[in-house]
Design a protein around this ligand. Structure first.
Ligand SMILES: [Cu+2]
Length: 139
């Protein structure tokens, strides 16, 4: 076999492989691909908050600016409690054993008090702080 025959053979094999890949997976080239879901700018973070008799756990929560948070509220007490933040218009009532979620995007820095309406007077209170995200570490 001459050198040219070998080169032509190799090129032919490469073309066949490329064609085969193209035919087997047209989605790779976008021919039949379904539209991609838009990527959400900040992923949702889940924060579990337990409502006990009569305190929150945790009592302090720190959130980064522009973060979207899904609070998973679990009443682990034997009486009803609420998760209430006046400034944000949030007021979730939970019967004993009940779990509810509330999702909030925080686009202002600052601090909020969350509390339980029937037990605020006996200090069933917590604090939510929204801070500027830490800058990326420099190496
Ligand atoms: Cu309470």
């Amino acid at each position: 076999m001459s050198r040219i025959t070998i080169i032509v053979g190799i090129v032919a094999v490469i073309i066949i492989v490329i064609l085969a890949v193209y035919l087997v997976s047209p989605g790779l080239y976008g021919t039949y691909g379904t539209p991609q879901q838009p990527v959400s700018p900040t992923p949702t973070r889940e924060i579990e908050v337990k409502l006990r008799d009569n305190y929150f756990e945790p009592q302090t929560i720190t959130i980064s600016l522009n973060e979207t948070v899904r609070f998973v509220l679990k009443n682990e007490g034997r009486v009803g409690h609420t998760f209430t933040i006046d400034e944000l218009g949030i007021n979730v009532r939970l019967a004993p054993g009940e779990t509810k979620t509330v999702e909030i995007t925080f686009n202002k820095t600052g601090s909020y008090t969350f509390y339980c309406i029937p037990h605020k007077a006996i200090d069933m209170i917590g604090n939510l702080t929204i801070v500027m995200p830490a800058p990326a570490p420099k190496y």
